[in-house]
Design a protein around this ligand. Structure first.
Ligand code: ADP
Length: 413
């Protein structure tokens, strides 16, 4: 069985979605799994959703090792550490420290880092990450509130976070196929290099990399690599979720460019939207507003702002502002569900983590994909459950906030 550890919640659903598309039968757990997840039977992969991307690296390491131990207890023999396809991290980590701790725990002297995700435009060439046609460091990611990415050279970025030496498997080797990739890995190992960024430009590259690394006990990367993996017993199509019910709502705490556009499109389409002022976070006011508008169709509550307003908020409220906003949005998520929302879209990785935790969800079933990287899920919660879609900030088309609801059975209370 394949075990996966994802460093945020949208990343976990994104990976579970791609594993499902690759033919794996997947269970997603919030935090370390227990043997209960196997009750549904026939599971080929367990994805553990952590919220460890931006916490202190020692805590991220500890949570990841706890998850690994729990996965090993339920029979996992191979691990996939999933992070963002834009390599979201700070100079202290957490991609490097967590990868090295997992390598140590698994007794593994070499692993690959494969962040590329072609369907969302993330490619890697000569170790440099591109978002569409733009270098990572010139993309919207340079303004990210928590993990601004100002260097596109991932060998350099990862090296700054690691004690082992970091190398590159270039596209020349990837293009030449699995045998050439294996030869390059052997050469890197001989130079005492423990990790390698791998170039990816085409779907076929992912299959070649997956085939070449079949013997490695640890893989790391974005969710794209999952599309190259081959499950033990491939199955076609996502499992069906229970029928959707309840009111429809969107919570957006992402300030990424795609989310800014999605918020604007939702407002332009005439739907009800409530802007949460970061300086005066009024959960009760937002909920009272929502209760009045929910019967009329999907509502949006958002703190989303552009780069200038994020800078202004951080200058006024300090670096803890993001976490505070997350916790208020999470309280709002709980209030919305208590008010009858049964179909909830959350935009933002950290924001999704805060909301899913506050809702008390312990496991998610993965349903059909809405846009690349974002499936509908059914979250098991103490009060029964609800449909939830966790959207990484930069994912989804401009009309995502309305199209998501059209994609599930259109039934409102
Ligand atoms: P993404 O998936 O786009 O990275 P996240 O939810 O992971 O989105 O991160 C966005 C962060 O920005 C969260 O910590 C969120 O609370 C914070 N945030 C949201 N709105 C604002 C704002 N107006 N100003 C500053 N920070 C904000």
């Amino acid at each position: 069985m394949l075990g996966c550890i994802a460093d945020d919640f949208t990343g976990a659903t994104d990976l579970a979605n791609n594993l499902t598309r690759a033919g794996f039968r997947v269970m997603l757990t919030i935090g370390a799994p227990t043997a209960d997840v196997l009750i549904e039977g026939d599971i080929d992969a367990v994805v553990v959703a952590l919220k460890s991307r931006t916490i202190p690296s020692a805590d991220a390491v500890m949570q990841s090792l706890t998850a690994l131990a729990a996965l090993q207890q339920i029979g996992v023999d191979r691990l996939y550490f999933k992070y963002c396809s834009t390599f979201d991290s700070t100079p202290r980590g957490n991609i490097g420290p967590v990868t090295e701790a997992l390598m140590h725990a698994l007794g593994c002297d070499f692993t690959v880092a494969v962040p590329a995700f072609l369907e969302t435009g993330r490619t890697v060439f000569n170790g440099h990450l591109f978002v569409g046609e733009t270098l990572l460091s010139e993309s919207g990611m340079r303004d990210h509130p928590l993990t601004p990415m100002t260097d596109a050279n991932l060998v350099r970025v990862l090296q700054a976070q690691c004690t082992r030496r970091v190398g590159l498997i270039s596209h020349r080797e990837v293009l030449a196929g699995p045998a050439a990739i294996r030869a390059r890995i052997a050469a890197l190992r001989a130079q005492d290099i423990g990790l390698a960024i791998v170039d990816v430009l085409r779907d076929a590259d992912l299959t070649a990399i997956a085939d070449a690394t079949i013997d490695l006990p640890l893989l790391t990367g974005g969710s794209g690599l999952a599309l190259g993996l081959r499950p033990p017993n491939a199955r076609i199509g996502a499992p069906t979720l229970p029928p959707a019910r309840g009111y429809r709502a969107v919570i957006a705490g992402s300030c990424s460019r795609a989310t800014q556009q999605q918020v604007q499109r939702f407002i332009d389409a005439g739907h009800a939207a409530f802007k949460l002022d970061p300086a005066r976070l009024d959960a009760a006011g937002a909920l009272a507003w929502a209760r009045a508008h929910l019967p009329g169709g999907p509502v949006l509550i958002y703190s989303t702002g552009d780069a200038a307003s994020v800078r202004a908020t951080q200058a006024a409220l300090g670096v803890g502002a993001g976490e505070h906003i997350e916790s208020v949005l999470a309280d709002i998520a709980v209030g919305l569900v208590a008010s009858g929302v049964g179909q909830l879209v959350v935009a933002g990785g950290e924001t999704s983590g805060a909301c899913v935790r506050a809702l008390g969800a312990d496991a998610l079933r993965i349903g059909a994909q809405i846009d690349p990287g974002v499936p509908w899920c059914f979250a098991h919660t103490p009060t029964g459950g609800l449909h939830i879609a966790l959207k990484s900030g930069n994912f989804g088309q401009a009309d995502f906030f309305t199209r998501a609801f059209d994609a599930i059975a259109p039934k409102i209370v």
